[in-house]
Design a protein around this ligand. Structure first.
Ligand SMILES: NC(=O)c1ccc[n+]([C@@H]2O[C@H](COP(=O)([O-])OP(=O)(O)OC[C@H]3O[C@@H](n4cnc5c(N)ncnc54)[C@H](OP(=O)(O)O)[C@@H]3O)[C@@H](O)[C@H]2O)c1
Length: 247
């Protein structure tokens, strides 16, 4: 198995894309620690599912926007397994509104959950990664970070910030054999996109050459590749998984 003896931290692993990433990395042989914010039951069920499949996974309730809680998750992983090799910054949330109606607190909260969270976990894992001269960091951004999107100023700004962090961190950490890459998903079938009406989905699919929404597993397979030695010569990249929407 390509990730045997590796330990991965996945933020926001209880549902959607994060859930698929947890299942994929565990089936690749990694021991996985994943976080959630409120879905305790589904998180526990996922950890059980991984165990039933012969893998190892643990879930921890931790708000990704809190630096202290990120540090606690990293410390738990280090105490439990001795080292961590893979960090997947996946936790994210939206609070959409037109700029005119967007409150300051909705702007701040979306920036903190989607962008500051990436800083929190990267900073918390940095010393162990530098010390072992190895690490794979995969940040989940979005295609809207590249295109912009009306009604999502807070989310787009955060996801564009994730791309900036990815590139800066890739340059800063490359000499220590730490790869930092971002994935920019297009429209993927999860709770996050389930709020879209059929009309909105049809309008989106007009601009998707493959004419379908993606599945969480489409993202998880790329995370698996970027976590493995197959991607050792790839860093600082933003890879879109979007059915050809942005090219
Ligand atoms: N779906 C898409 O089309 C799409 C497109 C582009 C990018 N993305 C990005 O992909 C990532 C996953 O999205 P998704 O569609 O899978 O979303 P989702 O189905 O809404 O799941 C979000 C996950 O993040 C967790 N989470 C939310 N806020 C958190 C916080 N403050 N601290 C810790 N965990 C938190 C949730 O935990 P709880 O279950 O406890 O709430 C859940 O596990 C996000 O970064 C999103 O922005 C998604």
């Amino acid at each position: 198995m390509k990730l045997e003896n590796k330990v991965a931290i996945v933020t926001g692993g209880s549902r959607g894309i994060g859930r698929a990433i947890v299942l994929q990395l565990a089936s690749d042989g990694a021991k996985v620690i994943f976080t959630y914010q409120s879905s305790e039951q589904v998180a526990n069920e996922l950890a059980e599912e991984v165990k039933k499949n012969g893998g190892e996974a643990y879930c921890i309730k931790a708000d990704a926007s809190s630096f202290e809680e990120a540090q606690n998750v990293v410390n738990f992983a280090l105490e439990k397994f001795g080292s961590v090799s893979i960090l997947v910054n996946n936790a994210g949330a939206t609070k959409d509104n037109l700029l005119l109606r967007m409150s300051e607190s909705d702007f701040d909260s979306v920036i903190n959950t989607n962008l500051k969270s990436v800083f929190n976990y990267t900073k918390a894992i940095l010393k162990p990664f530098l010390g072992q001269r190895f690490g794979k960091i995969i940040n989940i951004s979005s295609v809207v970070a590249i295109t912009g999107n009306a009604g999502q100023a807070n989310y787009v700004a955060a996801k564009a910030g994730v791309i900036g962090l990815t590139k800066s961190n890739a340059k800063e950490l490359a000499s220590r054999n730490i790869n930092v890459n971002a994935i920019a998903p297009g429209f993927i079938e999860t709770d996050m996109t389930s709020k879209l009406t059929d009309l909105q989905k049809d309008a989106i699919l007009v601009n998707v050459p493959l004419k379908k929404m993606g599945k969480p597993e489409d993202i998880a397979k790329l995370v698996s590749f970027l976590s493995s030695s197959d991607s050792d010569y790839i860093t600082g990249q933003v890879i879109a998984v979007d059915g050809g929407m942005v090219m």
